[in-house]
Design a protein around this ligand. Structure first.
Ligand SMILES: Nc1nc2c(ncn2[C@@H]2O[C@H](COP(=O)(O)OP(=O)(O)OP(=O)(O)O)[C@@H](O)[C@H]2O)c(=O)[nH]1
Ligand SMILES: *[C@@H]1O[C@H](CO)[C@@H](O)[C@H](O)[C@H]1NC(C)=O
Ligand SMILES: *[C@@H]1O[C@H](CO)[C@@H](O)[C@H](O)[C@H]1NC(C)=O
Ligand SMILES: [Mg+2]
Length: 394
């Protein structure tokens, strides 16, 4: 070893030991140089103990739908949490599927970010269910029972008429056409989940279903992204609805809008829903088994009036209106289109469809387990091309 190198090593060694001694002996020195102290300066966040900080000043607009991984450093932080929760609606019989979904999202995202969980059911979860899922997360987890009137078919629904419709749909082989519980679920997800007591303290939710898959590492915080960009609705998969389940839904939408034109947002996403300027619905909707969205939008005046109007028509029971078209139509019409967001980075599967991130880089960085060639995005049944058409226009 020659002399200069030996000298450098000596000096380095001295600096390192001095740092260690200071770190051990001086709390103040520690505080000033600690990693979190240095990094927090970059983000302009003063108080690391606050789990719901105000979002820092907005960054250059990443709002375009095709934007890839959010570039903003803040979104990669693991200390600051948005006002948000992970949410699962499940039956006790969904236990194994619920465990699989929670395992994947914990492994790929939440063990790093520690968002709380809320699980809902119209009957109490069994102690076995609670024990088996609670063990999966280090985060706060709560179990709620859905109030009777948020779930079951209301007494004012004409059961004879509803029954006839179920019979007809069964005869026509409409999926879940004969099921009342499926209709309860769709109505609940359309207009009630965000009224649940356990959810009042949260603004954003990430809807998770039993037996879904998260194929990629999620190394940014989608909730902070929503909060910071003031997004209303985030999705990964979009497709066509079965027309037989929503025969009169679009007419209801048009009637509602004629009555309440003030709720329609300027710069809305109507172009995603129609090929003829709004006369008819093209059946495109966001697949709501994955949603990252703002409950305050559902709680707001426009959506409240919209849901109450749809509910009053009884279409959740006389037809089989799904929460996916109901949410999608509302988000597309009552929010500006740049408040809707396609989460390309989130590899997601709900059988039979998978969204696998586009872009070699995003896929590699995400260490994705899905095959991009199998991605549903440009399948003939996907509505992504309608989304792209809309996205190009802003
Ligand atoms: N508590 C409760 N949850 C339900 C009920 N029916 C459905 N769910 C939940 O509601 C969500 C949607 O139901 P799914 O059966 O997955 O409906 P889907 O996604 O349209 O159809 P598939 O997944 O293809 O069967 C899931 O989280 C289910 O666990 C029910 O009767 N009670
Ligand atoms: C960060 O360093 C400053 C001094 O630059 C100090 O006043 C402050 O208390 C430190 N904050 C934390 C969170 O340690
Ligand atoms: C979170 O959001 C809910 C709904 O908007 C709100 O009531 C609550 O006060 C918020 N909590 C915090 C800590 O900001
Ligand atoms: Mg499902």
């Amino acid at each position: 070893m020659n002399a200069p190198i030996r000298y450098i090593i000596l000096v380095l060694g001295f600096i390192i030991s001095l740092h260690s001694i200071l770190t051990l002996t001086h709390a103040e020195y520690n505080r000033v140089t600690s990693f979190s102290n240095l990094t927090s300066k970059f983000r302009g966040v003063a108080d690391a103990s606050n789990s719901h900080p105000l979002p820092p000043p907005s960054v250059p607009d990443t709002a375009t739908s095709t934007a890839d991984s959010p570039k903003d450093e803040f979104l990669y932080d693991h200390t600051y949490r948005a006002n948000a929760t992970l949410l699962i609606l499940a039956r006790n019989s969904d236990l194994e599927g619920t465990i699989r979904s929670m395992r994947e999202i914990e492994d790929r995202f939440n063990r790093k970010y520690n968002y709380p969980w809320v699980l809902l059911n119209e009957v109490p979860f069994t102690s076995e269910f609670i024990k088996r899922v609670s063990v999966l997360t280090a985060s706060h987890i709560e179990f709620g029972i859905i109030p009777h009137d948020h779930w079951y078919q209301p007494a004012w629904i004409d059961e004879e008429k509803a029954k006839a419709s179920r019979g007809k749909m069964m005869a026509d082989n409409v999926i879940y056409g004969g099921s009342v519980s499926y209709r309860n679920m769709c109505r609940f997800n359309s207009g009630f989940f965000y009224k649940q007591e356990l959810l009042q303290k949260y603004r954003y939710y990430w809807r998770v279903e039993p037996n879904v898959h998260f194929h990629c590492e999620i190394d940014f915080d989608p909730f902070l992204f929503m909060e910071r960009e003031k997004k209303v609705y985030g999705f990964t998969i979009t497709l066509y609805e079965f027309e037989a389940t929503i025969k009169t839904l679009w007419k209801a939408v048009k009637d509602f809008i004629a009555e309440h034109p003030q709720y329609v947002a300027p710069e809305n996403a109507l172009g995603f829903l129609t090929e003829d300027g709004g006369n008819s619905y093209n059946l495109c909707h966001f697949w709501s088994n994955f949603e990252i969205a703002d409950m305050d939008f559902w709680r707001g005046e426009a959506y409240t009036a919209f849901f109450n109007y749809l509910d009053s028509l009884g279409g959740f029971y006389y037809e089989r209106w799904g929460d996916a078209p109901v949410h999608s139509i509302a988000a597309a019409l009552f929010a500006p289109k740049d408040k809707l967001h396609f989460f390309n980075e989130i590899g997601y599967e709900h059988a039979p469809y998978t969204h696998c991130p586009r872009g070699e880089d995003t896929w590699t960085k995400g260490r994705c387990g899905c095959d991009p060639k199998q991605s549903f995005d440009y399948d003939g049944y996907s509505c992504m091309k309608k989304w792209d058409r809309l996205a190009k226009s802003y």
